[in-house]
Design a protein around this ligand. Structure first.
Ligand SMILES: N[C@@H](CCC(=O)N[C@@H](CS)C(=O)NCC(=O)O)C(=O)O
Length: 209
């Protein structure tokens, strides 16, 4: 077994969670050495920035000294390291569907995280129009996914399924008040099944500090 690769990690990050689920699905958990890395807020993480100038997690250090980011790149790299069914389909149109779903799931997170950040600002400095916009986008994504729920349920697991499952899981983790299941029974049923995957159960979101 080769030495493990260092993964800059947090149990709170949904992007990291996606990588961990991919590692589990591809049998590569033992190849990763997760290192708790605290980012966010206004304090730059200068050690991390030396290897990833964006200062974001997940960041993966390979054994040859090279570094990979962001989460889609790391996931696709992990998918090259095993011989099982591929999470990134090789041929179109299946590849396009999976990548679009990956973009949708990640895009939901890209709306949810700034919204969460805005909530931590003093009330008088919060931008209500921005928060309304992020909410509207997330509501639109959930509505669009309701129409795709049967297709998700009836197709084999890809990176697109994982990204969407992780994004919905993040709404459960941080945005209870959205009550996204209401009016979206097919999507709720699909996510309930997704949540029972061993790879998903093994990597719950945790507010550890
Ligand atoms: N597109 C990136 C997003 C990663 C990201 O934003 N991670 C957050 C943690 S959940 C982070 O590192 N935030 C710190 C910062 O933006 O300074 C990916 O898919 O990896």
């Amino acid at each position: 077994m080769p030495q493990p690769m260092t993964l800059h990690w947090s149990p709170r990050s949904p992007y990291v969670r996606k990588v961990m689920i991919v590692a589990h699905e591809t049998g590569l958990q033992g190849r990763l050495h997760p290192v708790r890395t605290v980012v966010g807020g206004t304090t730059p993480h200068r050690d991390l920035m030396r290897i990833n100038p964006l200062g974001k997690i997940p960041t993966l250090e390979l054994l040859d000294g090279s570094v990979l980011y962001d989460s889609p790149v790391i996931c696709e790299y992990l998918d090259t390291l095993h011989d099982g069914p591929k999470l990134f389909p090789r041929t179109w149109p299946d590849r396009g569907v999976a990548l679009r779903r990956l973009a949708l799931g990640d895009g939901m997170l890209d709306a949810a995280l700034p919204w969460l950040g805005e909530r931590f600002r003093p009330a008088e400095r919060r931008s209500q129009p921005h928060m309304d916009l992020w909410r509207e986008k997330l509501v639109a994504c959930v509505a669009a996914l309701e129409h795709e729920a049967d297709a998700l349920a009836n197709s084999r697991l890809t990176i697109g399924h994982i990204a969407i499952g992780v994004a919905l899981g993040y709404l459960d983790f941080r945005f209870d008040e959205l009550r996204w299941r209401e009016g979206h029974p097919r999507l709720a049923a699909w996510q309930a099944t997704f949540n029972q995957l061993p790879s998903v159960l093994a990597n719950p979101p945790v507010d550890d500090r």
